[in-house]
Design a protein around this ligand. Structure first.
Ligand code: CDP
Length: 246
């Protein structure tokens, strides 16, 4: 809970403030290939989070001295639009967005087959249009689909969600109010098919048993998200060429 904020009751009659059960995800909506100029793109909603991911590349790396002779360099930029939060967010990078960009990029390290495209850059842009906690996880889910849409060779997709603790209970996929007034928040990213965790962060405290339960909850949810990502891609690519386009 942030300093100076009043404590509020986050659980009433066994339900969360938005009516969800403890192990319930927020509604997810995925649209693939929404940006014409990008090589791959995805619009992703997770409850009140609305994010757009755009992927460009593999393309020539500039400046050249950043090239890697053996593999592609993946760049990931997470950015929050000034209008995405309650108070206007100052535009431009800050410590938080630099950290989120770094951990998100690393979440894709084990899956992107960078060796296929030496000397190139793969640019991943994640723009948060509306935020309600869990934006880095929504961004990773969107980026994963956008990378696949761009045809970037990957061993598999990455799926992501947070678990947390509110009112002493371990719950899945914290909303903004739960994040602000809760006791712990733990975003994870993983390759669902192999149960490989590629990102794990923690803010607050879990007891060992709560951590284990939370991790299982998040991993199970990543399996569900993975299925939704896969379905969205299959639906996009099962349309015949030109269908749905002007
Ligand atoms: O979004 P995520 O949970 O990945 O990251 P966070 O740093 O835990 O931020 C939690 C939430 O706080 C965000 O989703 C935003 O809704 C809010 N936030 C904000 O209102 N203003 C900021 N400058 C940063 C975050």
């Amino acid at each position: 809970m942030k300093e100076g904020e009043k404590e509020i009751e986050l659980i009433k009659k066994g339900k969360r403030l938005d009516g969800r059960g403890f192990e319930e995800l927020r509604p997810i909506k995925i649209e693939v290939g929404v940006l014409k100029r990008a090589d791959g793109s995805c619009y992703f909603e997770m409850g009140n989070n609305k994010v757009m991911a755009a992927v460009y590349g593999p393309r020539e790396m500039h400046p050249r001295h950043f090239q890697d002779a053996k593999m592609a360099v993946v760049k990931y930029r997470y950015n929050m639009a000034p209008f995405s939060v309650d108070d206007r967010k100052r535009p431009g990078p800050d410590r938080r967005s630099v950290e989120i960009s770094k951990v998100s990029r690393e979440a894709f390290d084990p899956v992107i087959i960078k060796e296929y495209y030496p000397k190139t850059a793969i640019d991943v842009y994640v723009e948060v249009l509306q935020s309600d906690a869990g934006t880095r996880t929504a961004g990773i889910n969107a980026a994963s689909v956008a990378l696949a849409d761009a045809g970037i060779p990957m061993k598999d997709m990455v799926s992501s969600v947070a678990v947390g603790k509110i009112g002493g209970e371990v719950v899945l996929d914290l909303s903004g109010v739960e994040d602000n007034h809760g006791e712990a928040d733990m975003p994870i990213a993983m390759v669902a098919r192999t149960d490989t965790i590629t990102m794990l962060q923690m803010d607050g405290h879990f007891k060992k048993e709560e951590f284990e339960r939370g991790l299982k909850l998040a991993m199970d949810a990543c399996h569900k998200i993975y299925e939704l990502q896969r379905t969205a891609l299959i639906e996009r690519y099962s349309k015949s060429v030109g269908e749905g386009e002007e």
